[in-house]
Every structure is written in C-alpha cells, then in structure tokens.
Design a binder for this molecule. Sequence first.
Ligand code: GRF
Length: 201
Amino acid sequence: MKRIAVLASGKGSNLEAIFQAAERGELEGRVVLVISDRQEAGALERARQRGVKALYIDPRPFAGRVEYDRAIMKELEKEAVDLVVLAGFMRLLSKEFVDAYPHRIMNIHPALLPSFPGTEGVKDALEYGVKVTGCTVHFVDEGMDTGPIILQGAVEIKDDDTVETLHQRIQEVEHRLYPRAINLFCQNKIKVEGRRCFILE
Ligand code: GRF
C-alpha cells in the first residue's frame, strides 16, 4: 500500500472523493496525512472525522516559501509518504520540495492544460469563450501547472453557465479522475518519458 499525503487549502471535496474511492476498495493506497495552510479548511475536518492525521501548518511564522516547505517536508518524512497529492492547495512549491519528490507530487487543475493555468482556470475558460474545458491531473514541477499530464477529462460549456455551475460540473469529473490517477500511481502504472506520461495497462 502506498502512503499518501494530501495538501489542501479549501473545502476538500477532492479529498472526500479520494477517501470514498478507498472505502469502495478502488485505491491501492492509504491517505496517512492531510496538511493545510488554512486552519478553517474543510479538508482538515474531513480527515479528522476519519481518524486520519490532520495538521494545520501556519505559513505566517516562516521567513519564506522554502522554510515553509521544509516544515511540510519534515512531516512527510515522518510518515514515510510515497505520494503527495495537491487538492486545491493554493501555494506554489519550492524547487527543493519538487526535487525531493520527482514525479511523486500530483495536482488537479480545473481546465484542460496547457490552456488556462493559474488560479482562475474556470473563469478564464468561460470568459475566453471556449466550448469545451475540463480538468487535468498532472505531476508537479517548478512551474505553475506545467508538469507532465497524467489524465484529462472534458466538460462542455453551456450558454447559460456561470463560473459556479461550470466549476460544479468540472468537479464532478475531478472526483472520478483524481482517484483513478492516484490509483494508477499506486499500482506503478504510470511511466514518464520527458513530458509524456504513458499508462501501462
Ligand atoms: C478543485 O477544483 C481543483 O481543480 C483546484 O482547486 C479545487 C479544490 O477543490 N485545484 P476541493 O477543495 O477539492 O473541493
């Protein structure tokens, strides 16, 4: 069983989907640690309800990103984590962190990368006027939403969509896609060659 840590800043609906996939027996891995940079993050509560170690690490006392990331890495080491899953974690990781977990950090982004990276992926796609958007699971490198793509799912944009209705439909796809990608990692079924990820079936 791979040991998984989830880093989240928000409500944690993706974390919930990962827990539920594990409870259905669809994940050959176990979430052993949840860390948040926000005390009120719903993700921490969801972890506590399941008896999973949940840590709030306040970024404010740290001098900068590197120092903060070191504090997170220390906790990951204590739990001998194999995979780091970013689920709505609103911070860019330092080079030191990324280098310590090569192809072992995943993120989910609410757009079809490389289109609409950044924090407003849903709004940017809607305002641009594309007809199809979706979500992307990718490995994390030093850039903003730039690492090798593992899986993508498409969502059609409707004429009467708002950012909220569109994000809701994207999240439904996220909740299926993310546990699937994580499970592929747990089964050692993702092979990375340069920018390309191949799924070994
Ligand atoms: C997701 O939509 C994800 O694509 C983005 O942040 C959101 C997190 O949502 N990176 P939740 O906290 O998992 O509900």
